[in-house]
Design a protein around this ligand. Structure first.
Ligand SMILES: Cc1cc2nc3c(=O)[nH]c(=O)nc-3n(C[C@H](O)[C@H](O)[C@H](O)COP(=O)(O)OP(=O)(O)OC[C@H]3O[C@@H](n4cnc5c(N)ncnc54)[C@H](O)[C@@H]3O)c2cc1C
Length: 297
């Protein structure tokens, strides 16, 4: 099938992009790795494609205080290979699972967030880390916490006349550790279940906070505070028994959060079992990396 006819524009400024999006019939084109298949399958018929690749300044990739700021033009592969990404360990852990290297060399970080596929890794990472997104529109710029950005499957807080300008990922604080895992039938495929984790410990090694973001298992990434469960599993439990202890809690949690329908690749029950196992493992990995002085993060 071929795409329905559309106009194509390539403004050189953000104001030009917003002018083209006014009226709401346009669609932003970033890396095109998701949008072009959508057009080719006629799942979308925008009147105008507004290509943002020539916009000045959108390729910004820099440390901004306690965050790494990634502009809407930055390719996934550029971020993956950047020195800045080392300050945000989850980027390095998750990025190799985002499709294949060739796709990542075109696909943008912000495009993945804006597309909001429930199986995508980067929205889950952004939500687990409490990243902040900057959106520009006719009324100016606004900042939105990642946890409020995705509102459903492939649906976000970016309005039809708006553009996502950048995302800011908080850098790792001392005492924080991270985990990431997903299970897919083949590397590069969309996964059957995935878990992103973040654990922080106090100066004496006590678990201060533990967080799990599950993805692929619902219409959007689902985050839960699991501090009590991780504390109970690691305090006073011999290391060999920690995973089994934590699995009881993560299995219960998986039964609650996994609501995606089963398909040819795996039933709902199978995805629940996967998530329960991945979550326990990755929470303990995050805990192991969360040394009070931050040396292992
Ligand atoms: C074979 C294949 C396998 C893939 N596997 C994976 C995978 O395993 N994991 C994964 O996460 N992704 C996967 N992807 C998707 C890939 O990561 C895309 O690059 C990404 O989802 C979209 O980024 P993009 O820059 O290409 O956006 P585009 O395709 O250009 O746009 C996607 C959507 O986001 C909107 N958009 C893009 N940028 C902005 C912006 N700045 N502001 C507002 N709206 C915007 C567009 O209007 C469009 O609706 C796969 C894609 C393919 C083709």
């Amino acid at each position: 099938m071929k795409a329905a006819p559309f106009a194509y524009v390539r403004p050189g400024s953000l104001d030009g992009v917003l002018a083209e999006l006014a009226g709401g019939d346009g669609k932003v084109l970033a890396g095109g790795q998701s949008l072009v298949p959508v057009l080719a399958m006629r799942l979308g018929r925008p009147a105008t494609l507004v290509d943002i690749n020539a916009v000045d300044g959108l390729d910004e990739l820099a440390r901004a205080g306690d965050a790494v700021r990634v502009g809407a033009g930055v390719r996934q592969r550029t971020l993956e290979r950047s020195a800045q990404a080392r300050a945000v360990p989850l980027i390095g852990m998750a990025m190799p699972f985002v499709g294949h290297r060739e796709l990542r060399s075109r696909g943008t970080v912000c495009g993945s967030l804006a597309h909001a596929d429930p199986a995508a890794e980067l929205p889950a990472v952004a939500i687990c880390l409490d990243a902040t997104l900057e959106i520009a529109g006719p009324d100016g710029h606004r900042r939105v916490p990642a946890g409020e950005f995705v509102t459903g499957a492939m649906t976000t807080g970016v309005g039809p006349e708006e553009v996502l300008v950048a995302v800011e990922f908080p850098v790792a604080a001392p005492g924080s550790g991270y985990g990431f895992a997903e299970i897919a039938r083949r590397h590069g495929d969309f996964a059957l279940a995935g878990a992103v984790t973040r654990v922080s410990v106090d100066g004496d090694g006590t678990v201060a906070e533990a967080r799990l973001t599950a993805f692929v298992v619902s219409d959007r990434p689902v985050t839960r505070d699991v501090t009590d469960s991780v504390r109970a599993a690691v305090d006073g439990t011999v290391p060999d028994l920690r995973e089994a202890t934590l699995r009881e809690a993560t299995a219960e949690l998986a039964a609650e959060v996994v609501d995606t329908a089963g398909d040819a690749h795996g039933s709902t029950g199978y995805r629940r079992r996967l998530l329960g196992v991945l979550a326990a493992r990755e929470l303990l990995r995050a805990h192991r990396n969360a040394t009070p002085d931050g040396t292992a993060s």
